[in-house]
Ligand binder design. Structure first.
Ligand code: CP
Ligand code: NVA
Length: 308
């Protein structure tokens, strides 16, 4: 029996699969009629422990465009691990649904969900990974620059979920990444080890520094994420202090490549991690990046539900 496929982390996606997913994302974007029957008679659950705009809406729209139906299950309905165990939720939902997209607080919960599910599970963001975002980001970079070769991305801010997925995807594809974070906010040690070992094969250069100016120098892409992630609201005041000096503003972007693109996974907080001038300025591609979530997630659905 062929084991069902999941999409939990870019670590488990090969370079060839990444390239195929990026090419398919472009095919999806160019042809809204692509795979319109792929999910016919299929029901896909969206189990979300945290709020979402882009992930929820782009998946629900994409599933509908492919002939399926999404069933949204917010924190109050399922109450994962509290009302019943994550394993029981997973086994039960597998009897009703053909696939599960999950946004969980902890990545370990997502792994339990996936281990106990008999249907494909897609990571819609955990504390450690956001692979749908990472894929759409690299697709957006390729679309914008027409190539990935020789590019450098500067990620400035908190080295958590979005940064991890960007690092894993970029490392696979041989794209260089400079990460600048304050002390104590760097990428997870285990994930960095994996990233660096992937780089041995791909030749990508990954630098982690405290200095945002050094990270941005000559970069083709400047990438920002919020300083206070969902679930970290109690640390807000401390984080706003700790991240001083890491804002993307007109002064910092002077260091970048002349034709740099500004990217942000969104939601954004103008005046914190980025100024309005930059995110709403001519180099910003954030809404194309957000749109691309739809196309690349349709590619992921194809990857999991079609034989290719
Ligand atoms: N970027 C992203 O995942 O956005 P949402 O939290 O709105 O889904
Ligand atoms: N790091 C952010 C990403 C949101 C898409 C968070 O976890 O809230």
């Amino acid at each position: 029996m062929i084991r069902k496929k999941d999409f939990l982390s870019l670590e488990n996606v090969s370079k060839e699969e990444m390239l195929r997913l990026i090419a398919l994302s472009m095919e999806m974007k160019n042809d809204p009629g692509h795979s319109v029957h792929l999910l016919r008679d299929r029901m896909i659950g969206l189990v979300f422990q945290k709020p979402s705009n882009r992930t929820r809406v782009s998946f629900e729209v994409g599933i509908a465009q492919m002939g399926g139906r999404g069933v949204y299950l917010g924190p109050d309905e399922i109450n994962l691990g509290v009302r019943e165990s994550t394993a029981d939720v997973s086994k039960t939902l597998s009897r009703y649904l053909n696939g599960i997209i999950a946004r969980t607080n902890s990545h370990d919960d997502l792994l339990i969900l996936a281990e106990n599910a008999t249907v494909p599970v897609i990571n819609g963001l955990t504390d450690l990974h956001h692979p749908c975002q990472g894929l759409a980001d690299l697709f957006s970079v390729k679309e914008h620059f027409q190539t990935l070769e020789g590019l450098t991305i500067a990620f400035v801010g908190d080295g958590n979920n979005v940064c991890h997925s960007l690092l894993l995807g970029a490392a696979k594809l041989g794209v260089n990444v400079n990460v600048a974070t304050p002390e104590g906010y760097g990428p997870d040690k285990n994930i960095m080890e994996k990233v660096l070992s992937i780089c041995m094969d791909s030749g990508a250069r990954i630098e982690v520094t405290r200095d945002p100016r050094a990270a941005v120098r000559g970069a083709h892409v400047i990438y920002a994420d919020v300083w206070v992630s969902m679930g970290q609201e109690a640390e807000r005041e401390k984080r706003l202090q700790d991240f001083q000096g890491y804002q993307i503003n007109a002064e910092l972007v002077k260091e970048a490549h002349g034709q740099y693109a500004f990217m942000h996974c969104l939601p954004a907080h103008r005046g914190e991690e980025v100024t309005a001038e930059i995110i709403d300025g001519p180099n910003s591609i954030v809404f194309t990046q957000a749109e691309n979530r739809l196309h690349s997630q349709k590619a992921v659905l194809n990857f999991l539900f079609n034989t290719w």
